[in-house]
Design a protein around this ligand. Structure first.
Ligand code: EPU
Length: 420
């Protein structure tokens, strides 16, 4: 299993371009199942999760061609409308094929995801939404089976709680349902709006994506399209924090500044200077000593849970006490234990982490438990004294494209090791 060896102390400087958003690429790939015509997707990041999703599409019967960040998917016929456990257990977002498969073929069989390092991750809101659209749902042998032999019918779906992939799944089901569907309390994440933009290019009739009420007029069929995925706001945020934690001067390019505005506001309060140096570029550098600033994770446009771990690494270097409250997932503080092993002063009380800083971190052997936790350990390694070895980096490879090369280009001392 590969690991990263990080030598702390280097100040990061220069420009780094973000890749396409993993969490936009995954639903976009699933959406290709909705048409028999070829769909061309650009800026798909070459990360483990997108490769897994392509494997799943192939399993369903689609032809997938890749090259240079461009992926062309042709799902002429769906031979196998199912997501097997072997694939779902490595990537929970596989449940994104549930909506498209049942909409296109009238049937889907998708393995239940089970627990994961950050929390329970149920898909009850996906299934109850599909029931509202007329699907019959049953559970057997660890699988959800959804059936709508006569096709789905539009309806009103109210989400009990905001769910990103649940909204995306239902959106993909509703585009081929008969009549109008209204999704209420829908997720407002930019990735949902990006999916709707792709679906509309494919001939869907969706209005209101990016707000909490989405209206869909069902159409009989969709056609091929060409679409470029939005930039990855979590990767952009991670590099802003990398610049901030090392006291460096980093410009993050090819990003959408508005998508990271909740983080930018916190970084400014914490004493960083953030400038929009272009329509798609943000520069971070120190303005004053780093101060602690509390944060509570929320659905978009609030502070992203996917940046909480990286932000916690930053707060270990800030003067004072910061209170970090996680409201989206119940168990997303695994990184705190590893950061403490590096010398951070963090106490966990339920959904809150209390970070007292600044602490001089020292390099240690640490283990990544999930994607964003591993990013936070790499960030901590950048400022720790000595060498940090981050093990199990397959987690980080699920969602960050070439992270070590990008960090090294900014001056970080980071290398990959593949033990014998
Ligand atoms: N939830 C339910 N029932 C459901 C669905 C969700 O109770 O049927 C709960 C979850 O347990 C959680 C909350 O609702 O407590 C929100 O979960 P959500 O469904 O929004 O999460 P997700 O769609 O499974 C996506 C991202 C995650 C990101 C979350 C929250 C993708 C592929 N994944 O997951 O990204 O953390 O939204 O913003 O879009 C990551 O990239 O590292 C990552 C984990």
């Amino acid at each position: 299993m590969d690991r990263f060896v990080v030598q702390g102390g280097a100040r990061l400087e220069g420009e780094v371009a973000v890749s396409g958003a993993k969490n936009s690429a995954l639903p976009a790939l699933a959406a290709c199942l909705l048409t028999s015509e070829p769909v061309t997707l650009r800026r798909i990041p070459d990360v483990r999760d997108t490769r897994t999703m392509m494997k799943l599409l192939h399993h369903n019967g689609a032809a997938v061609e890749t090259g240079g960040g461009v992926v062309r998917v042709t799902a002429e016929a769906i031979q196998n409308p199912e997501a097997p456990y072997e694939i779902v257990k490595t990537m929970r977002a596989s449940s994104l094929v549930l909506g498209p498969l049942v909409a296109r073929t009238g049937r889907a069989r998708v393995s239940l995801p089970g627990g994961c390092a950050i929390g329970a991750r149920p898909i009850n809101l996906h299934t109850s939404g599909l029931e509202r659209l007329g699907a019959r749902i049953r559970q057997e042998h660890g699988y959800i089976v959804a059936e709508a032999p006569q096709g789905l019918k539009g309806g009103v779906v109210y989400f009990d709680r905001i769910t990103v992939t649940g909204t995306e799944d239902l959106l993909m089901a509703a585009v081929l349902a008969e009549g109008e569907t209204v999704l209420k309390n829908a997720a407002r994440e930019p990735e949902v709006a990006d999916l709707a933009a792709l679906l509309n290019k494919m001939g869907a009739r969706i209005q209101g994506a990016g707000t909490s009420t989405i209206r869909v007029q069902g159409v009989r069929e969709l056609h091929g399209a060409d679409h470029a995925i939005i930039p990855d706001r979590i990767e952009a945020g991670t590099f802003l924090i990398a610049g901030a934690i090392t006291g460096g001067d980093v410009t993050v390019t090819r990003c959408v500044p508005e998508h990271v505005s909740a983080l930018v506001a916190k970084l400014q309060q914490a004493g960083l200077e953030i400038d929009e140096t272009g329509p798609d570029a943000l520069r971070v550098r120190p303005r004053s000593r780093l101060r602690s600033v509390d944060v509570t994770t929320e659905e978009y446009p609030g502070f992203a849970t996917d940046l909480q771990a990286q932000y916690m690494a930053l707060m270990t270097q800030a003067e004072g006490i910061s209170l970090i409250t996680e409201t989206i997932f119940e168990n997303r503080f695994m990184h705190a234990l590893e950061l403490s092993r590096m010398g951070a002063n963090i106490r966990i009380e339920g959904r809150q982490a209390i970070v007292a800083g600044p602490s001089q971190l020292t390099g240690a052997a640490v283990i990544a438990s999930d994607l964003r936790a591993s990013a936070s350990l790499v960030l901590a390694g950048l400022v720790a004294r000595g060498e940090t070895v981050v093990d199990r980096i397959y987690h980080i490879e699920r969602g960050y494209e070439n992270i070590e090369e990008k960090l090294a280009a900014l001056g970080a001392q980071i290398r990959r090791e593949s033990p014998g």
